[in-house]
Unconditional design. Structure first.
Length: 182
């Protein structure tokens, strides 16, 4: 009768923890707020414009080196393979300096948000182990930063995480709608 209690007690103090099922690192849930300049039309961008969507976010220089381009490519591909669910995902590149991106990038990654965010409070909400530029981040539909993927991520594993989150959030939405009808 005491065996489960004793086993859990020993596992806890030996710091045995079950492996996480997600690839991305879960972050303390934190609301993201702030503004920047939307480079596609020179208007003010407000992060709240993306509420209701999952957001894949990258932070980089406007110079966009090879690592930056790889992240933009992964974000595009991870979104595309979600098929009919891809419209629930936005891609956001926060440019953290005064460098102007190559116009070719705008063409290659159309339907992305390109936002000059230097000195923006948006950047202040994004934690980094070493550099914000190392990761692709994920913001939930409520506007909370909740996950970051490792430097040089495996896009197949990112796809699995996002697919799982889209599925779970769809079920929660459906259940919430059913509860409101009663």
């Amino acid at each position: 009768m005491c065996a489960p209690f004793i086993a859990s007690y020993l596992l806890y103090f030996w710091e045995v923890r079950p492996a996480s099922i997600n690839y991305g690192e879960l972050l303390p849930v934190k609301p993201v707020a702030g503004t920047g300049l939307n480079l596609l039309n020179d208007t003010i961008f407000r992060i709240r414009q993306l509420r209701g969507k999952w957001v894949l976010l990258s932070v980089d220089s406007g110079k966009c080196d090879e690592q930056c381009r790889k992240k933009l490519y992964y974000m595009r591909q991870v979104r595309l393979v979600q098929n009919k669910e891809m419209n629930r995902i936005e891609r956001l590149w926060l440019i953290d300096d005064d460098e102007v991106p190559d116009p070719q990038i705008f063409k290659e990654y159309k339907d992305s948000w390109f936002v000059k965010a230097k000195n923006s409070e948006i950047l202040g909400a994004i934690p980094a182990k070493v550099s914000q530029r190392d990761h692709i981040y994920l913001i939930d539909p409520m506007g909370n930063l909740m996950m970051r993927f490792p430097k040089d991520p495996d896009p197949a594993k990112m796809v699995k995480d996002l697919k799982r989150l889209l599925q779970v959030s769809q079920m929660e939405h459906a259940m919430g709608s059913a509860d409101m009808k009663h």
